[in-house]
Design a protein around this ligand. Structure first.
Ligand code: SF4
Length: 538
Protein backbone atom coordinates (compact mmCIF):
# COMPACT_ATOMS: atom_id res chain seq x y z
CA UNK A 1 0.00 0.00 0.00
CA UNK A 2 1.34 3.41 -0.93
CA UNK A 3 2.09 5.80 1.84
CA UNK A 4 -0.63 8.47 1.71
CA UNK A 5 -0.40 11.63 3.67
CA UNK A 6 -3.80 12.61 4.97
CA UNK A 7 -5.04 15.74 6.60
CA UNK A 8 -5.05 15.36 10.34
CA UNK A 9 -7.23 17.12 12.92
CA UNK A 10 -5.97 18.98 15.92
CA UNK A 11 -5.07 17.17 19.09
CA UNK A 12 -7.92 16.82 21.53
CA UNK A 13 -5.54 17.65 24.32
CA UNK A 14 -4.80 20.99 22.77
CA UNK A 15 -6.05 23.67 25.13
CA UNK A 16 -7.71 25.94 22.56
CA UNK A 17 -9.46 23.57 20.18
CA UNK A 18 -12.52 25.80 20.13
CA UNK A 19 -12.38 29.57 19.91
CA UNK A 20 -12.31 31.33 23.24
CA UNK A 21 -15.47 33.40 22.59
CA UNK A 22 -18.85 31.84 21.90
CA UNK A 23 -19.34 34.54 19.31
CA UNK A 24 -16.45 33.07 17.33
CA UNK A 25 -18.32 29.75 17.00
CA UNK A 26 -20.35 31.15 14.13
CA UNK A 27 -19.05 33.42 11.43
CA UNK A 28 -20.32 36.95 10.94
CA UNK A 29 -21.98 35.70 7.75
CA UNK A 30 -23.76 32.78 9.40
CA UNK A 31 -27.51 32.88 8.69
CA UNK A 32 -28.27 31.88 12.27
CA UNK A 33 -27.63 35.53 13.09
CA UNK A 34 -30.75 36.37 11.09
CA UNK A 35 -32.86 34.27 13.45
CA UNK A 36 -31.32 36.03 16.42
CA UNK A 37 -32.06 39.46 14.98
CA UNK A 38 -35.56 38.60 13.81
CA UNK A 39 -36.64 37.22 17.18
CA UNK A 40 -34.99 40.07 19.10
CA UNK A 41 -36.93 42.49 16.90
CA UNK A 42 -40.32 41.00 17.78
CA UNK A 43 -42.40 42.34 20.61
CA UNK A 44 -43.07 38.91 22.03
CA UNK A 45 -45.25 40.07 24.92
CA UNK A 46 -47.56 41.81 22.48
CA UNK A 47 -47.71 38.76 20.28
CA UNK A 48 -48.85 36.86 23.36
CA UNK A 49 -45.78 34.78 24.16
CA UNK A 50 -45.31 33.72 27.72
CA UNK A 51 -42.64 31.69 29.35
CA UNK A 52 -43.09 27.96 29.23
CA UNK A 53 -44.13 25.99 32.26
CA UNK A 54 -41.03 24.06 33.31
CA UNK A 55 -42.80 21.60 35.56
CA UNK A 56 -40.54 20.21 38.24
CA UNK A 57 -37.40 19.98 36.15
CA UNK A 58 -35.78 23.16 37.43
CA UNK A 59 -37.83 24.11 40.46
CA UNK A 60 -36.82 27.41 41.99
CA UNK A 61 -35.00 28.63 38.87
CA UNK A 62 -36.14 31.68 36.87
CA UNK A 63 -38.00 30.78 33.67
CA UNK A 64 -36.47 30.83 30.22
CA UNK A 65 -37.02 33.89 28.11
CA UNK A 66 -39.65 33.07 25.43
CA UNK A 67 -37.30 34.72 22.91
CA UNK A 68 -34.68 32.02 23.52
CA UNK A 69 -37.19 29.22 23.10
CA UNK A 70 -38.62 30.81 19.96
CA UNK A 71 -35.09 31.06 18.52
CA UNK A 72 -34.56 27.41 19.36
CA UNK A 73 -37.76 26.40 17.58
CA UNK A 74 -37.08 28.57 14.52
CA UNK A 75 -33.60 27.13 14.20
CA UNK A 76 -34.93 23.62 14.72
CA UNK A 77 -37.80 23.81 12.24
CA UNK A 78 -35.58 25.41 9.62
CA UNK A 79 -33.05 22.62 10.07
CA UNK A 80 -35.46 19.69 10.31
CA UNK A 81 -35.12 19.21 14.06
CA UNK A 82 -38.58 19.25 15.60
CA UNK A 83 -38.86 16.94 18.55
CA UNK A 84 -38.30 18.49 21.96
CA UNK A 85 -35.85 15.75 22.95
CA UNK A 86 -33.76 16.27 19.82
CA UNK A 87 -33.84 20.02 20.32
CA UNK A 88 -32.63 19.50 23.87
CA UNK A 89 -29.71 17.40 22.59
CA UNK A 90 -28.86 19.84 19.79
CA UNK A 91 -28.83 22.76 22.23
CA UNK A 92 -25.95 21.02 24.02
CA UNK A 93 -23.81 19.98 21.04
CA UNK A 94 -24.65 22.21 18.09
CA UNK A 95 -22.31 25.20 18.03
CA UNK A 96 -24.80 27.37 16.17
CA UNK A 97 -27.42 26.66 18.81
CA UNK A 98 -24.93 27.18 21.62
CA UNK A 99 -24.26 30.57 20.10
CA UNK A 100 -27.94 31.32 19.50
CA UNK A 101 -28.97 30.38 23.05
CA UNK A 102 -25.79 31.68 24.68
CA UNK A 103 -25.15 28.21 26.06
CA UNK A 104 -28.57 27.92 27.67
CA UNK A 105 -29.71 24.31 27.81
CA UNK A 106 -33.46 24.04 28.36
CA UNK A 107 -34.86 20.61 29.11
CA UNK A 108 -37.18 18.82 26.72
CA UNK A 109 -40.22 19.43 28.90
CA UNK A 110 -39.64 23.18 28.88
CA UNK A 111 -39.16 23.06 25.12
CA UNK A 112 -42.28 20.96 24.54
CA UNK A 113 -44.42 23.06 26.88
CA UNK A 114 -43.41 26.26 25.13
CA UNK A 115 -44.78 24.95 21.81
CA UNK A 116 -47.96 23.67 23.45
CA UNK A 117 -48.69 26.79 25.48
CA UNK A 118 -47.85 29.44 22.89
CA UNK A 119 -49.90 28.19 19.96
CA UNK A 120 -51.80 31.44 19.49
CA UNK A 121 -48.63 33.54 19.84
CA UNK A 122 -46.97 31.38 17.19
CA UNK A 123 -49.90 32.15 14.89
CA UNK A 124 -49.46 35.86 15.61
CA UNK A 125 -45.71 35.66 14.87
CA UNK A 126 -46.50 33.97 11.56
CA UNK A 127 -48.97 36.73 10.67
CA UNK A 128 -46.42 39.38 11.61
CA UNK A 129 -43.92 37.91 9.22
CA UNK A 130 -46.48 38.10 6.38
CA UNK A 131 -46.92 41.81 7.14
CA UNK A 132 -43.16 42.22 7.12
CA UNK A 133 -42.94 40.47 3.73
CA UNK A 134 -45.66 42.77 2.43
CA UNK A 135 -43.69 45.82 3.61
CA UNK A 136 -40.65 44.41 1.83
CA UNK A 137 -42.77 44.27 -1.34
CA UNK A 138 -42.37 40.54 -1.60
CA UNK A 139 -46.12 40.01 -1.71
CA UNK A 140 -47.87 40.86 -4.98
CA UNK A 141 -51.29 41.03 -3.38
CA UNK A 142 -53.22 40.66 -6.62
CA UNK A 143 -53.33 36.92 -7.34
CA UNK A 144 -53.31 34.05 -4.87
CA UNK A 145 -53.75 30.31 -5.19
CA UNK A 146 -55.62 28.21 -2.64
CA UNK A 147 -55.15 24.54 -1.92
CA UNK A 148 -55.33 22.01 0.86
CA UNK A 149 -53.09 19.11 1.77
CA UNK A 150 -53.45 16.27 4.27
CA UNK A 151 -50.97 15.98 7.12
CA UNK A 152 -50.84 13.00 9.46
CA UNK A 153 -51.90 13.71 13.00
CA UNK A 154 -50.38 12.13 16.07
CA UNK A 155 -53.00 9.38 15.88
CA UNK A 156 -53.39 6.08 14.09
CA UNK A 157 -56.29 5.19 11.85
CA UNK A 158 -57.19 2.44 14.34
CA UNK A 159 -57.73 5.06 17.06
CA UNK A 160 -60.51 6.77 15.11
CA UNK A 161 -63.99 5.30 15.05
CA UNK A 162 -67.01 5.96 12.92
CA UNK A 163 -70.55 4.89 13.80
CA UNK A 164 -70.35 2.14 11.20
CA UNK A 165 -67.07 0.86 12.57
CA UNK A 166 -68.32 0.87 16.16
CA UNK A 167 -71.50 -0.96 15.17
CA UNK A 168 -69.45 -3.55 13.28
CA UNK A 169 -67.15 -3.93 16.27
CA UNK A 170 -70.10 -4.46 18.61
CA UNK A 171 -71.63 -7.02 16.23
CA UNK A 172 -68.31 -8.90 16.02
CA UNK A 173 -67.95 -8.87 19.82
CA UNK A 174 -71.51 -10.20 20.16
CA UNK A 175 -70.59 -13.07 17.83
CA UNK A 176 -67.45 -13.88 19.78
CA UNK A 177 -69.27 -13.71 23.12
CA UNK A 178 -71.97 -16.01 21.77
CA UNK A 179 -69.38 -18.48 20.50
CA UNK A 180 -67.63 -18.55 23.89
CA UNK A 181 -70.94 -18.93 25.71
CA UNK A 182 -71.81 -21.90 23.54
CA UNK A 183 -68.42 -23.40 24.19
CA UNK A 184 -68.94 -22.87 27.91
CA UNK A 185 -72.33 -24.61 27.78
CA UNK A 186 -70.88 -27.52 25.78
CA UNK A 187 -68.14 -27.78 28.31
CA UNK A 188 -70.64 -27.87 31.18
CA UNK A 189 -72.74 -30.51 29.37
CA UNK A 190 -69.68 -32.69 28.75
CA UNK A 191 -68.66 -32.28 32.36
CA UNK A 192 -72.13 -33.34 33.55
CA UNK A 193 -71.99 -36.54 31.48
CA UNK A 194 -68.70 -37.65 33.01
CA UNK A 195 -68.77 -39.98 36.08
CA UNK A 196 -68.71 -37.91 39.23
CA UNK A 197 -65.27 -39.20 40.32
CA UNK A 198 -63.68 -38.10 37.02
CA UNK A 199 -65.16 -34.59 37.05
CA UNK A 200 -62.55 -31.85 37.14
CA UNK A 201 -59.66 -34.33 36.55
CA UNK A 202 -60.13 -34.81 32.84
CA UNK A 203 -57.94 -32.85 30.41
CA UNK A 204 -59.43 -29.42 29.87
CA UNK A 205 -61.26 -29.57 33.18
CA UNK A 206 -60.08 -26.01 33.96
CA UNK A 207 -61.14 -24.53 30.61
CA UNK A 208 -64.47 -23.38 31.93
CA UNK A 209 -62.69 -20.83 34.07
CA UNK A 210 -60.55 -19.61 31.11
CA UNK A 211 -63.61 -19.22 28.94
CA UNK A 212 -65.44 -17.36 31.68
CA UNK A 213 -62.56 -14.85 31.95
CA UNK A 214 -62.48 -14.44 28.19
CA UNK A 215 -66.22 -13.77 28.07
CA UNK A 216 -65.87 -11.19 30.85
CA UNK A 217 -63.09 -9.48 28.89
CA UNK A 218 -65.19 -9.41 25.72
CA UNK A 219 -68.17 -8.06 27.65
CA UNK A 220 -66.02 -5.25 29.02
CA UNK A 221 -64.82 -4.43 25.50
CA UNK A 222 -68.39 -4.45 24.28
CA UNK A 223 -69.57 -2.05 26.95
CA UNK A 224 -66.68 0.30 26.11
CA UNK A 225 -67.61 0.21 22.41
CA UNK A 226 -71.26 0.77 23.33
CA UNK A 227 -70.29 3.79 25.48
CA UNK A 228 -68.17 5.17 22.60
CA UNK A 229 -71.10 4.79 20.24
CA UNK A 230 -73.39 6.62 22.68
CA UNK A 231 -70.79 9.39 23.06
CA UNK A 232 -70.46 9.72 19.31
CA UNK A 233 -74.21 9.89 18.77
CA UNK A 234 -74.60 12.42 21.54
CA UNK A 235 -71.85 14.67 20.13
CA UNK A 236 -73.39 14.80 16.66
CA UNK A 237 -69.92 14.16 15.19
CA UNK A 238 -69.30 11.55 12.55
CA UNK A 239 -66.04 10.30 14.02
CA UNK A 240 -64.60 9.70 17.46
CA UNK A 241 -60.84 9.98 17.84
CA UNK A 242 -59.38 8.48 20.98
CA UNK A 243 -55.75 9.61 20.75
CA UNK A 244 -56.00 13.05 19.21
CA UNK A 245 -59.56 14.31 19.76
CA UNK A 246 -59.51 16.55 16.70
CA UNK A 247 -57.79 14.27 14.18
CA UNK A 248 -60.11 12.67 11.64
CA UNK A 249 -60.00 9.97 9.03
CA UNK A 250 -59.50 11.94 5.83
CA UNK A 251 -60.01 10.34 2.45
CA UNK A 252 -59.10 11.63 -0.99
CA UNK A 253 -58.52 9.72 -4.21
CA UNK A 254 -59.02 6.42 -2.37
CA UNK A 255 -56.20 7.23 0.03
CA UNK A 256 -56.94 7.76 3.67
CA UNK A 257 -54.97 9.13 6.59
CA UNK A 258 -55.69 10.03 10.19
CA UNK A 259 -54.92 13.70 10.55
CA UNK A 260 -55.70 17.20 9.37
CA UNK A 261 -56.36 19.12 6.18
CA UNK A 262 -54.05 22.15 5.97
CA UNK A 263 -55.41 24.97 3.85
CA UNK A 264 -52.97 27.51 2.45
CA UNK A 265 -53.25 30.66 0.37
CA UNK A 266 -50.09 31.40 -1.57
CA UNK A 267 -49.25 34.70 -3.20
CA UNK A 268 -48.10 34.35 -6.79
CA UNK A 269 -45.25 36.88 -6.68
CA UNK A 270 -42.80 34.86 -4.59
CA UNK A 271 -44.92 31.91 -3.49
CA UNK A 272 -45.14 33.08 0.09
CA UNK A 273 -47.90 31.70 2.30
CA UNK A 274 -50.08 34.70 3.13
CA UNK A 275 -52.87 32.88 4.98
CA UNK A 276 -53.44 29.38 6.23
CA UNK A 277 -55.72 27.32 8.43
CA UNK A 278 -55.88 23.78 9.73
CA UNK A 279 -59.23 21.99 9.43
CA UNK A 280 -60.21 18.36 9.89
CA UNK A 281 -62.60 17.86 7.01
CA UNK A 282 -61.57 15.86 3.92
CA UNK A 283 -63.45 18.15 1.63
CA UNK A 284 -62.24 21.58 0.53
CA UNK A 285 -65.81 22.70 -0.21
CA UNK A 286 -66.69 25.49 2.16
CA UNK A 287 -63.11 26.77 2.53
CA UNK A 288 -62.93 29.05 -0.53
CA UNK A 289 -64.37 32.24 0.88
CA UNK A 290 -62.82 32.00 4.35
CA UNK A 291 -59.33 31.40 2.95
CA UNK A 292 -59.56 34.01 0.19
CA UNK A 293 -60.94 36.57 2.64
CA UNK A 294 -58.15 35.85 5.15
CA UNK A 295 -55.59 36.39 2.37
CA UNK A 296 -57.30 39.56 1.18
CA UNK A 297 -57.19 40.97 4.70
CA UNK A 298 -53.55 39.90 5.16
CA UNK A 299 -52.36 41.58 1.97
CA UNK A 300 -54.85 44.45 2.32
CA UNK A 301 -55.92 44.24 -1.31
CA UNK A 302 -58.94 46.08 -2.67
CA UNK A 303 -59.61 43.31 -5.17
CA UNK A 304 -58.05 39.88 -5.09
CA UNK A 305 -57.93 37.20 -7.77
CA UNK A 306 -58.16 33.76 -6.14
CA UNK A 307 -57.40 30.53 -8.00
CA UNK A 308 -58.64 27.19 -6.70
CA UNK A 309 -59.25 23.70 -8.06
CA UNK A 310 -62.69 22.21 -8.64
CA UNK A 311 -62.74 20.73 -5.12
CA UNK A 312 -63.57 24.26 -3.94
CA UNK A 313 -66.53 24.72 -6.26
CA UNK A 314 -69.53 25.90 -4.28
CA UNK A 315 -72.20 28.32 -5.39
CA UNK A 316 -72.57 29.88 -1.96
CA UNK A 317 -68.80 30.28 -1.56
CA UNK A 318 -68.50 31.90 -5.00
CA UNK A 319 -71.27 34.31 -4.12
CA UNK A 320 -69.60 35.21 -0.80
CA UNK A 321 -66.32 35.81 -2.68
CA UNK A 322 -68.02 38.17 -5.14
CA UNK A 323 -69.63 40.07 -2.30
CA UNK A 324 -66.21 40.61 -0.73
CA UNK A 325 -64.42 41.78 -3.87
CA UNK A 326 -62.71 38.46 -4.54
CA UNK A 327 -62.60 37.27 -8.15
CA UNK A 328 -62.54 33.52 -7.86
CA UNK A 329 -61.47 31.16 -10.62
CA UNK A 330 -62.85 27.73 -9.82
CA UNK A 331 -63.44 25.08 -12.51
CA UNK A 332 -66.95 23.67 -12.71
CA UNK A 333 -66.82 20.01 -11.64
CA UNK A 334 -67.56 17.56 -14.41
CA UNK A 335 -69.85 15.51 -12.17
CA UNK A 336 -70.87 12.01 -13.20
CA UNK A 337 -73.22 13.25 -15.96
CA UNK A 338 -75.50 10.22 -15.67
CA UNK A 339 -78.16 11.76 -17.92
CA UNK A 340 -75.69 12.72 -20.65
CA UNK A 341 -74.06 9.29 -20.58
CA UNK A 342 -77.47 7.81 -21.38
CA UNK A 343 -77.56 10.01 -24.47
CA UNK A 344 -80.00 12.51 -22.99
CA UNK A 345 -79.69 16.28 -22.81
CA UNK A 346 -78.10 17.57 -19.63
CA UNK A 347 -78.53 20.85 -17.82
CA UNK A 348 -75.78 22.53 -19.82
CA UNK A 349 -77.60 21.91 -23.11
CA UNK A 350 -80.08 24.56 -22.01
CA UNK A 351 -78.84 28.12 -22.52
CA UNK A 352 -80.09 31.04 -20.51
CA UNK A 353 -81.23 34.16 -22.38
CA UNK A 354 -81.01 36.97 -19.83
CA UNK A 355 -82.94 39.49 -21.92
CA UNK A 356 -85.89 37.17 -22.37
CA UNK A 357 -85.46 35.62 -18.91
CA UNK A 358 -85.89 32.21 -20.46
CA UNK A 359 -83.87 29.10 -21.19
CA UNK A 360 -83.54 27.81 -24.76
CA UNK A 361 -83.79 24.08 -25.14
CA UNK A 362 -81.85 22.11 -27.83
CA UNK A 363 -84.89 22.42 -30.10
CA UNK A 364 -84.75 26.22 -29.72
CA UNK A 365 -87.94 26.42 -27.70
CA UNK A 366 -88.15 28.68 -24.63
CA UNK A 367 -88.50 27.45 -21.05
CA UNK A 368 -90.15 30.22 -19.06
CA UNK A 369 -90.28 30.84 -15.30
CA UNK A 370 -93.25 29.43 -13.53
CA UNK A 371 -94.73 30.79 -10.35
CA UNK A 372 -93.19 30.23 -7.00
CA UNK A 373 -89.70 29.81 -5.69
CA UNK A 374 -88.20 26.61 -4.56
CA UNK A 375 -85.74 25.96 -1.76
CA UNK A 376 -83.46 23.09 -2.51
CA UNK A 377 -81.82 20.70 -0.03
CA UNK A 378 -78.78 22.94 0.42
CA UNK A 379 -80.95 25.97 1.18
CA UNK A 380 -80.56 27.73 -2.16
CA UNK A 381 -83.60 29.57 -3.48
CA UNK A 382 -84.30 28.46 -7.04
CA UNK A 383 -86.70 29.50 -9.78
CA UNK A 384 -88.24 26.85 -12.02
CA UNK A 385 -88.28 27.26 -15.78
CA UNK A 386 -90.62 24.97 -17.71
CA UNK A 387 -91.15 24.11 -21.38
CA UNK A 388 -94.64 24.04 -22.90
CA UNK A 389 -96.23 20.61 -22.76
CA UNK A 390 -97.94 21.01 -26.11
CA UNK A 391 -94.62 21.71 -27.86
CA UNK A 392 -92.78 18.91 -26.10
CA UNK A 393 -95.49 16.42 -27.09
CA UNK A 394 -94.66 16.80 -30.76
CA UNK A 395 -90.94 17.51 -30.44
CA UNK A 396 -88.61 15.32 -32.50
CA UNK A 397 -85.99 15.44 -29.70
CA UNK A 398 -88.45 14.33 -27.04
CA UNK A 399 -86.83 10.90 -26.50
CA UNK A 400 -83.46 12.54 -25.77
CA UNK A 401 -84.95 15.21 -23.54
CA UNK A 402 -87.73 13.80 -21.38
CA UNK A 403 -88.11 10.79 -19.15
CA UNK A 404 -90.75 8.19 -20.00
CA UNK A 405 -93.48 9.71 -17.89
CA UNK A 406 -92.53 13.38 -18.17
CA UNK A 407 -94.62 15.77 -20.22
CA UNK A 408 -92.35 18.80 -20.04
CA UNK A 409 -88.79 19.75 -19.09
CA UNK A 410 -88.07 21.71 -15.92
CA UNK A 411 -84.79 23.56 -15.37
CA UNK A 412 -83.90 25.02 -11.96
CA UNK A 413 -82.10 28.33 -11.79
CA UNK A 414 -80.51 29.59 -8.56
CA UNK A 415 -81.52 33.14 -7.73
CA UNK A 416 -77.82 34.13 -7.98
CA UNK A 417 -77.04 31.91 -10.96
CA UNK A 418 -75.33 34.86 -12.67
CA UNK A 419 -72.48 34.39 -10.14
CA UNK A 420 -71.91 30.89 -11.51
CA UNK A 421 -72.25 32.09 -15.10
CA UNK A 422 -69.54 34.69 -14.50
CA UNK A 423 -67.28 32.00 -13.03
CA UNK A 424 -67.93 29.78 -16.08
CA UNK A 425 -67.17 32.69 -18.39
CA UNK A 426 -63.91 33.45 -16.54
CA UNK A 427 -62.88 29.82 -16.75
CA UNK A 428 -63.26 29.83 -20.57
CA UNK A 429 -59.89 31.50 -21.08
CA UNK A 430 -58.20 30.55 -17.85
CA UNK A 431 -56.14 27.49 -18.86
CA UNK A 432 -52.83 29.26 -18.43
CA UNK A 433 -53.96 30.77 -15.14
CA UNK A 434 -54.94 27.37 -13.80
CA UNK A 435 -51.58 25.91 -14.80
CA UNK A 436 -50.00 28.73 -12.84
CA UNK A 437 -52.23 27.90 -9.90
CA UNK A 438 -50.63 24.46 -9.52
CA UNK A 439 -47.12 25.89 -9.75
CA UNK A 440 -47.87 28.56 -7.15
CA UNK A 441 -49.62 26.52 -4.54
CA UNK A 442 -47.70 23.25 -4.83
CA UNK A 443 -44.43 25.01 -4.07
CA UNK A 444 -44.92 25.45 -0.30
CA UNK A 445 -46.40 21.98 0.16
CA UNK A 446 -43.61 20.45 -1.92
CA UNK A 447 -40.98 22.26 0.13
CA UNK A 448 -42.55 21.59 3.51
CA UNK A 449 -43.53 17.98 2.89
CA UNK A 450 -40.88 16.66 0.54
CA UNK A 451 -37.79 18.74 1.24
CA UNK A 452 -38.24 19.38 4.94
CA UNK A 453 -40.05 16.06 5.43
CA UNK A 454 -42.87 17.50 7.52
CA UNK A 455 -45.78 15.23 6.73
CA UNK A 456 -47.13 14.85 10.22
CA UNK A 457 -47.76 16.85 13.34
CA UNK A 458 -46.06 16.05 16.63
CA UNK A 459 -48.77 17.56 18.83
CA UNK A 460 -52.45 16.81 19.38
CA UNK A 461 -55.61 18.90 19.26
CA UNK A 462 -56.59 21.79 17.01
CA UNK A 463 -54.89 24.54 18.99
CA UNK A 464 -51.52 22.89 19.31
CA UNK A 465 -51.62 21.60 15.73
CA UNK A 466 -52.41 25.11 14.49
CA UNK A 467 -49.48 26.39 16.53
CA UNK A 468 -47.15 23.82 15.02
CA UNK A 469 -48.41 24.55 11.52
CA UNK A 470 -47.72 28.26 12.15
CA UNK A 471 -44.12 27.35 12.97
CA UNK A 472 -43.83 25.38 9.73
CA UNK A 473 -45.35 28.19 7.66
CA UNK A 474 -43.25 30.85 9.42
CA UNK A 475 -40.05 28.89 8.79
CA UNK A 476 -41.02 28.32 5.15
CA UNK A 477 -41.66 32.05 4.62
CA UNK A 478 -38.60 33.07 6.61
CA UNK A 479 -36.31 30.76 4.65
CA UNK A 480 -37.92 31.76 1.40
CA UNK A 481 -37.46 35.49 1.99
CA UNK A 482 -33.79 34.94 2.79
CA UNK A 483 -33.46 32.70 -0.24
CA UNK A 484 -35.10 35.22 -2.56
CA UNK A 485 -33.23 38.28 -1.37
CA UNK A 486 -30.04 36.98 0.18
CA UNK A 487 -29.16 38.55 3.50
CA UNK A 488 -27.56 41.65 2.06
CA UNK A 489 -30.58 42.61 -0.01
CA UNK A 490 -32.86 41.52 2.76
CA UNK A 491 -31.23 44.11 5.01
CA UNK A 492 -31.24 46.76 2.30
CA UNK A 493 -34.93 46.24 1.65
CA UNK A 494 -35.71 46.53 5.34
CA UNK A 495 -33.74 49.77 5.42
CA UNK A 496 -35.76 51.07 2.46
CA UNK A 497 -39.02 50.01 4.04
CA UNK A 498 -38.10 52.01 7.11
CA UNK A 499 -36.84 55.09 5.33
CA UNK A 500 -39.90 55.42 3.06
CA UNK A 501 -43.36 56.15 4.52
CA UNK A 502 -45.52 53.06 4.83
CA UNK A 503 -48.06 52.51 2.06
CA UNK A 504 -50.98 52.22 4.41
CA UNK A 505 -50.00 53.89 7.65
CA UNK A 506 -53.33 53.54 9.31
CA UNK A 507 -53.66 49.90 8.43
CA UNK A 508 -50.16 48.73 9.27
CA UNK A 509 -50.13 47.54 12.83
CA UNK A 510 -47.83 49.42 15.15
CA UNK A 511 -46.42 46.10 16.13
CA UNK A 512 -44.82 45.61 12.73
CA UNK A 513 -43.48 49.16 12.67
CA UNK A 514 -41.91 48.60 16.04
CA UNK A 515 -40.58 45.26 14.89
CA UNK A 516 -39.09 46.75 11.73
CA UNK A 517 -37.38 49.55 13.64
CA UNK A 518 -35.87 47.24 16.19
CA UNK A 519 -35.03 44.66 13.54
CA UNK A 520 -33.01 47.14 11.54
CA UNK A 521 -31.34 48.85 14.47
CA UNK A 522 -30.18 45.51 15.86
CA UNK A 523 -27.61 45.17 13.07
CA UNK A 524 -24.46 47.22 13.41
CA UNK A 525 -24.07 47.18 9.66
CA UNK A 526 -26.36 45.90 6.91
CA UNK A 527 -23.37 44.12 5.43
CA UNK A 528 -22.35 42.36 8.59
CA UNK A 529 -24.42 39.34 7.66
CA UNK A 530 -23.67 36.73 5.07
CA UNK A 531 -25.11 36.36 1.61
CA UNK A 532 -25.83 32.73 2.24
CA UNK A 533 -29.28 31.44 2.67
CA UNK A 534 -30.50 28.86 5.12
CA UNK A 535 -29.81 25.31 4.22
CA UNK A 536 -33.37 23.98 4.00
CA UNK A 537 -34.70 26.68 1.74
CA UNK A 538 -35.98 25.91 -1.69
S1 SF4 B 1 -88.87 18.00 -25.51
FE1 SF4 B 1 -89.50 20.08 -25.11
S2 SF4 B 1 -87.85 20.95 -23.93
FE2 SF4 B 1 -87.09 19.09 -24.82
S3 SF4 B 1 -86.08 19.71 -26.66
FE3 SF4 B 1 -88.16 19.18 -27.24
S4 SF4 B 1 -89.31 21.08 -27.06
FE4 SF4 B 1 -87.37 21.38 -26.05
Amino acid sequence: MTNHIFKTGESRDQVSLLPARIDDYVGSDNPVRAIESFVCALDLARLGFRHADRGAEEAGQPPYDPADLLKLYLYGYINQVRSSRRLEREACRNLELIWLLKNLRPGYRTIANFRKENWSALKAANRSFVLLARELELVGGSTVAIDGSFFHGDASKASIFTRKRLKEQIAKLDQDIEAYRKSLEDNDAAEAKRPRKNRGNATGGGRGGDIGAKVAELMAKRSRAQADLARLEESGETQLSKTDPDARLLVKSNQGIAGYNVQTVVDDKHKLIVASEVVNDSSDVGQLHAMAKAAKDAVEAEVLQALADEGYYSSLELKACEDDGIIAYVPVPEGNRVVEKRGRFGRRDFNYDARADAYRCPAGEPLRPINGRWQNASGRIEIRYASRKAICQTCRLRSRCLGENASQRIVYRWEHEDVLERDRARMQGADELMRRRSAIVEHPFGTIKCRAGYRHFLVRGFNKVRGEWSLMALCYNFSRVLNILGLKRFMERIANALSSPPRAPTALPRLVHAALSRFWSSFPSPFALCRHTLSCTS
